[in-house]
Design a protein around this ligand. Sequence first.
Ligand code: NDP
Length: 335
Amino acid sequence: NRSIVLSKRPQGELQDGDLTLETNPVRELKDGEFLIQVLWLSLDPYMRPRMNDTESYVDPVAIGAVMAGETVGRVIASKTPKYSVGDIVTSYSGWQEYYIANENEAMIYTVQPDGVPLQAFLGVAGMPGRTGYCGLTYVGKPKAGETVVVAAASGPVGTVVGQTAKQLGCRAVGIAGGPEKCRYVVEELGFDDCIDYKQGNLLENLKSACPKGIDVYFENVGGEVTKAVAQLLNKGSRAPICGYVSAYNSEDIGKVETPFHIFGALAEPPEHRFFVVTEWQDQHQELTKLLAEQVRSGQLKYRESVAEGLENAVDAFKGMLKGKNFGKQLVHIAD
Ligand code: NDP
């Protein structure tokens, strides 16, 4: 079994030797266990803060432990009646090719693909999709006719936020890095507009894209983008704080000017709070079904960036934090 372990806590950007590839034999199964062969590994921005030794809503990954992450895989051996050989499951197996799971482990779900590509259950029909959907509808509470802004708009969270906002009758404005991503967000995902934050004049461009101001700002990135958005928020606006990826590679994330600082300094701050997708874990099945159905029907559009093999996972992860991915970043491990 090949796995990627956290060997050193990165200082700032990931360096060679922080994450390392190991090979170990797969041990025998005990009663109540089953063996998953990983097919696809999801790479997600939250993994970077988990490499730090800092308090958060989830524990840091321990030094020497397999790097945490969600995967979709196939059950290839089982010593429990709960899971059968051939079942397709999502699980938090981490960055590795094989995983021994216990029948009582939480957060393992059997997938019913019915024509939906398996890896979509790690993207728009998976955790990031549910994040976009729940954060927008339950925290952002958008009403028809309002303007919703989301950055990292071509990624899996932003993709679902914008397309859901459109379904709810809102004006959806994306922010993304580069003309190609912006073109895709408007022409293929159907957002009303998309601003390239790398081009300069962010505030002016956002102002023209949001002539009636901003009612919901779905926070994915923080930093300069948040500062520009903060100047255009309407009275009564809401800002679900999902993440702020621009800070994740900071040497000391505790010293970063967060969206909480930026909004807190406003005379009339938006209604804002940090949320975690697991707040709606009880809706996992129905939301997965809803999003998978939209993928199946073609209503929910998305893109993927695929790295081949576990040996390319680290580079793909580093690239994602800089926006080199175009759509959901995945690692293809096996068929
Ligand atoms: P993406 O696939 O969109 O990848 C991250 C993107 O962030 C990059 O592609 C890049 O897009 C953008 N980015 C990177 N650096 C900057 C920067 N300095 N300024 C602006 N944009 C930047 O990620 P996801 O869709 O998976 O995740 C989006 C956000 O949602 C993240 O903050 C993540 O942590 C958060 N999240 C939170 C969850 C929760 O429960 N709270 C659960 C899941 C995700 P571009 O090229 O367009 O700049």
